[in-house]
Design a protein around this ligand. Structure first.
Ligand SMILES: *Cc1c(COP(=O)(O)O)cnc(C)c1O
Length: 470
């Protein structure tokens, strides 16, 4: 494609993008296709000769878009949002155009220095104290993986990176039974073994039971298994449980254990001073991850990992073969030394665009509106006879179920599964479920950039009408 053709095609694409955002709510939220139906329309072989852009773009519109679930649909209340915003999309286009590989300062000085500055902005916006330093990673799963590696190395005197696991007593990791699957995945992938991850029970508010945590640590220490890391969660994925950083921090400090905080979703709410109590006790925290790609209007992927002891990360991740050495290495930050990826996208640009476009006040307004919408709907649900609010709002997530009078618990589970399917099949909204104390509940998260009162009202009407007609 010649640059002149690129110019014309890019205008067509941008027009489509603006039309899409203008009309996305006319789409059905969750894709309504059967497995295999998209691949059945795609040729088995790559083309021998190049094709016209108009044909490719036409197939995108005709074959691909109808098979998409619309995450930027204002009636998307499922999982946690992966929200975006126009300034973020514009920055992504520029990032793609520059096509820079930002592994080292020298390979793109502006990318490194912008990342440093934007990390400082964000650190202050979310109320983390001096001493925390951030970097952008691809996902919270990766960031937690990285924190666990460093915690393990620190607990074993950096011996495992040199000598491997054999010959060392296995260090132990801890998280609550509500923690995200990425913690267990990291422990498995690290060769650490699932058996060395203790899942601690939660209390009635779905927060980690810190007495149980301390008992487990003492037991492990007594048995010669060195406790290495506790992963606390702010905003568990199922029900939004919030572990007490202060209480867990007292335990980890008493026992010299790394404290990693997974705030993938709820971390964005720290932009609001009224939620800063979640990081009460932050001085005991070694690392914290939050996802601007979930609830800070920045396109996937953009995870931020804040750490205190950068030196330990460098010690684990820095490995400079001769061909990567530059004469500036001693003076600059080379983000390749901060994590797993060598090659890095220029992700700071979109966060910069977003933070500047909305400003702290604008972001706060959007988050507060989401929280208000969630809180009001939860109150409405708890006030009607045949619905039950099972987990009250944690920030902007709550869980409920349809509880038709006179039905057994099994019948209610079954009704709610059918309700979930029916509303998602309608395409009018998208919600997902979890289990609370063994019972099927519907989760409702407000966090999409374009969600307004009318979308929440419409979702509630659809849920009521559908439930009562089952
Ligand atoms: C979403 C989520 C993750 C995983 O985030 P990725 O960036 O998709 O890896 C981890 N922890 C919690 C609590 C989450 O909500």
């Amino acid at each position: 494609m010649k640059v002149n053709d690129f110019r014309k095609n890019a205008h067509d694409v941008v027009n489509w993008m603006a039309d899409y955002l203008e009309t996305v709510e006319e789409q059905r939220v969750r894709a309504q296709v059967e497995p295999g139906s998209i691949s059945a329309m795609l040729p088995l072989e790559a083309p021998q000769n190049g094709e016209d852009f108009d044909d490719i773009f036409g197939d995108f519109r005709d074959l691909i878009v109808p098979g998409m679930t619309h995450w930027q649909h204002p009636s998307f209340f499922a999982y946690f949002n992966a929200n975006s915003s126009p300034p973020s999309v514009l920055a992504e286009m520029l990032t793609a155009t520059l096509g820079a590989q930002c592994m080292s300062w020298e390979t793109s000085p502006a990318a490194t220095e912008l990342e440093q500055r934007v990390m400082e902005w964000l650190r202050k916006m979310v109320g983390l104290p001096d001493g925390f330093v951030g970097s952008i990673q691809d996902s919270a799963s990766t960031a937690t993986f990285e924190a666990l590696i460093v915690a393990r190395e620190r607990a074993t005197g950096f011996a495992i990176a040199d000598q491997g696991l054999s010959g060392h007593p296995s260090p132990m990791a801890y998280c609550s039974e509500e923690a995200h699957s990425s913690v267990e995945k990291a422990v498995r992938l690290l060769g650490w073994g699932r058996a060395n991850l203790r899942k601690i029970q939660v209390d009635e508010n779905f927060a980690m039971d810190t007495h149980a945590l301390e008992r487990a640590i003492l037991e492990d220490r007594g048995a010669g298994r060195p406790p290495a890391c506790v992963v606390a969660t702010l905003g568990t994925t199922g029900v939004g449980g919030i572990d007490s950083i202060r209480k867990i921090g007292q335990v980890t400090q008493r026992h010299g254990v790394w404290l990693h905080v997974d705030a993938a979703w709820a971390g964005s709410a720290l932009v609001l001073p009224e939620f800063r109590h979640m990081i009460d006790g932050i001085d005991a925290v070694d690392s914290l991850v939050l996802n601007p790609h979930k609830w800070l209007f920045t396109n996937f992927d953009c995870t931020v990992l804040f750490v205190r002891d950068v030196e330990s990360f460098l010690r684990v991740f820095s490995l400079t073969p001769e061909y990567l050495r530059t004469r500036r290495d001693a003076q600059v930050t080379n983000y390749r030394d901060w994590g797993i990826q060598l090659g890095r996208r220029f992700r700071a640009l979109k966060l910069w665009f977003v933070l500047r476009s909305y400003g702290t006040v604008g972001l706060q307004r959007m988050l507060r509106e989401h929280i208000r919408l969630a809180t009001e709907l939860a109150a409405k649900i708890s006030a009607v006879e045949d619905f039950e609010l099972v987990v009250p709002p944690s920030i902007s997530l709550f869980c409920f179920r349809y509880a038709r009078r006179g039905c057994s618990t099994e019948e209610i589970d079954d009704l709610n599964e059918r309700l979930l399917q029916a509303v998602n099949d309608s395409g009018r909204l998208y919600v997902t479920h979890t289990h609370v104390k063994g019972r099927f509940v519907i989760r409702f998260v407000v966090g999409q950039t374009y969600t307004e009162q009318k979308h929440v009202d419409r979702a509630w009407r659809t849920l009521c009408d559908t439930a009562r007609s089952l």
